[in-house]
Design a binder for this molecule. Sequence first.
Ligand SMILES: Cc1cc2nc3c(=O)[nH]c(=O)nc-3n(C[C@H](O)[C@H](O)[C@H](O)COP(=O)(O)O)c2cc1C
Ligand code: SF4
Ligand code: SF4
Length: 434
Amino acid sequence: MPFGKKEAEAKSVDISTDICGIHFPNPFVLSSATPTMHAENVKVGIDAGWGGAVLKTLFPAEHSRVYARPRFKVFWLKDQPGYPQHIPRSYTITCIEDASDLSPEDYEKDVNEAKRLVGENGVVIASIMASDMETWEKYMDLINGTKADMVELNFGCPYAGEPGTKEEGPMLGWKLMQMCEDVVRLGKRKLAIPFSPKVSSQVGEVDIWAEKLEKAGAPCLTLSHRISGIWIDIEKARPYPFGSITGFGGPYLIGFSLKWVAKSRRKVQVPIMGNMGVYDWQDVVRFIMVGADVVQSCSAVMIQGYDIVKAWRAMLTKFMEEHGYSSLKDMKGIALPYIVAADKVERGAPGIYAVVNEDKCTGCGICKRTCFHFAMELIPPNNKARVNLKKCAGCGLCAELCPVDAISMQKLANLDLYPRSKPYHRYFPYTGPP
Ligand SMILES: Cc1cc2nc3c(=O)[nH]c(=O)nc-3n(C[C@H](O)[C@H](O)[C@H](O)COP(=O)(O)O)c2cc1C
Ligand code: SF4
Ligand code: SF4
């Protein structure tokens, strides 16, 4: 049986969960973005099988309601081998689509329409962001007048407050988190529905802010928002394609956001909506295993469409059945106890060396040029790789890079006798082939 918490195989699994008294039919939640632009998008998403949806953010800046045409640039996707059958983890969607294109009045109507269309089939989460306490309060009143199930307080929009925007400064999670604590206190007093501050991953220590916001009264946390960045066209020596600093993100950042959920889960009790970097259902499991309750997703949906959730749900269910997890709670945070400090990681175990399968080796030379211990040799006439065990430090880089998996890391038992305290790869009395 594969690794799992329970010995007995579960007969059926429950992929639903409750957050702040709200029932999520499954942990897959559409993040606030283009796929949740308007009520009809939310309806299509929930019909496809998403458990909930965060609508785009209501924000007072007029400029943020007007989108550039075109407004999207997707870096490092179409030029990757295998696209579209294979979606790389490397891409990032950047855009000029800062917030909702709706006015406060229309936003209010749209949230209600979303809930009317979706009913009890999914959770409708509004999203608000403001630059001053008065507007936060006004927007909270507005949300109280809607049928939204929850509301996200967007403290981390990567566009807001970057140089050149009018609202530079006060609404920003990473510039003035003190205000975010005040907004949370205000939300605790004012809001009639549960709310979740969406914390910027640029605040420095997200986990410290998670703790502060929980103390201030946040009943839930969204961890974390994407980062901001810029790209340069070197022919034109200009920022590309929009000219301003924009949001950067993508599945390659998941390690970053998993870390924040893991570190925060050790400090806070409130539910966490994991966010940033989801590539597929397995990443959702990763988020849950470090302590998230549900997981939001944006880029994966924008690249592949709403229907990916059908496969994700099926795969999650199958995974849980196979591993004996009967509910999401069985998986929640189970990886946490095994995350150790760097000084606790086992190092220096002797006897691990690179071993080349000559039948597979094509003689491409990648392993030789990337062995920084100079242990790899290419043996004429056909350039088959061979490891000089005197020099091999067992680092494993060659095995990681060999394009045909001709290298495996093996424990060579008869070499184990050499004392661990010495740099054994240098002194080993090697008598075999060069
Ligand atoms: C095109 C686009 C628009 C977005 N709009 C919003 C928004 O209005 N409000 C918000 O809180 N986050 C917004 N985001 C951020 C996403 O909600 C999400 O936090 C981010 O993309 C990270 O998740 P991912 O890695 O699954 O894409 C937007 C992201 C993208 C790519
Ligand atoms: S990288 Fe792999 S295929 Fe290429 S020379 Fe080394 S062992 Fe052979
Ligand atoms: S394991 Fe590291 S040191 Fe040994 S041959 Fe491979 S790259 Fe070189």
